[in-house]
Design a binder for this molecule. Structure first.
Ligand code: SAM
Length: 257
């Protein structure tokens, strides 16, 4: 997979992209992540990328010119060779398509969730565009025919953190990104093995066996894997019922229940 991020603050990505799973996934060639500065595509010598809104009002708006020029430059960059390796559906095509999915980060977009992360992880190319100021000139959304994604009903100062959230959630789903593939399958919001409900994950315990008077449940020390699996399933259901009943209702609705 290739992910391009278009931003006015490329330095913000240096640290998050260079640790742990994201770093390893790039080193293993599972994903190539490129960050491009929209300001490099400003037309004037002041490197201006924003201007006052027509009709008046507070703040500044991102101008369409630099974003379009930056996008057109990035879209032409072919995914590096080998990125489709190990992904037969993509290998079968004549080559990875150049554009992939074009996503504007905006609080007005479709809310991001695990199912959207799974959907995006199937793509071979994503182009994420981070906004700033009051947001994008509307012609950017229309002209690029971009889909819009929000990471929640609150306002961030810019789309960079939202882009990082999406990259992080998507990359951990790429085959080979996690040490143990099963770990993503049992994560919260992933579809349960038995009944297709997206549950919260069961509770975890590690050493010591007793910590400040709190003991690890006996069942986890029993060595009986069938009983442990059943206990975990019950715990998942119980905490989902208690803390996120909306997930169960949504699951039922999606199954037509
Ligand atoms: N005036 C805009 C509005 O009310 O819809 C908000 C602009 S916000 C201050 C600046 C930029 O931050 C946005 O263009 C977007 O890229 C990003 N942003 C803010 N909140 C976001 C969210 N919840 N999800 C995704 N991106 C967000």
């Amino acid at each position: 997979m290739r992910i391009d991020i278009l931003t006015l603050f490329p330095e913000m990505f240096e640290s998050p992209l260079n640790y742990s799973i994201l770093k390893r996934a790039q080193e293993q060639g599972l994903v190539a992540i490129a960050v491009t500065n929209i300001r490099d595509f400003a037309a004037d010598r002041y490197r201006k990328v924003d201007d006052k809104p027509y009709g008046g009002g507070p703040g500044m708006v991102m101008m369409p010119g630099p974003v379009f020029d930056c996008f057109e430059h990035v879209a032409k960059l072919a995914p590096p060779e080998g990125l489709c390796r190990g992904r037969p559906a993509l290998e079968a095509r004549a080559g990875c398509p150049r554009h992939g999915r074009v996503i504007l980060l905006t609080p007005q977009g479709t809310p991001f969730n695990q199912s959207k992360a799974r959907e995006l992880a199937q793509e071979d190319r994503l182009i994420l565009i981070a906004g700033r100021y009051e947001g994008f000139d509307e012609r950017i959304r229309v002209g690029l025919n971009a889909e819009q994604i929000s990471i929640g009903d609150y306002i961030l100062n810019g789309g960079e953190l939202a882009a990082m959230v999406i990259v992080d959630a998507v990359v951990r789903l790429l085959p080979g990104a996690l040490g143990d593939e099963d770990s993503a399958k049992s994560d919260s919001f992933s579809v349960g093995a038995n009944d297709d409900l997206p549950l919260l994950e069961y509770p975890h315990y590690t050493r010591p066996e007793v910590f400040r008077g709190l003991k690890v449940p006996d069942i986890l020390l029993s060595g009986d894997h069938a009983k442990i699996a059943q206990w975990r399933r019950e715990q998942s259901l119980e905490r989902t019922r208690q803390w996120r009943p909306d997930l169960l209702e949504r699951g039922d609705r999606e199954k037509g229940g």
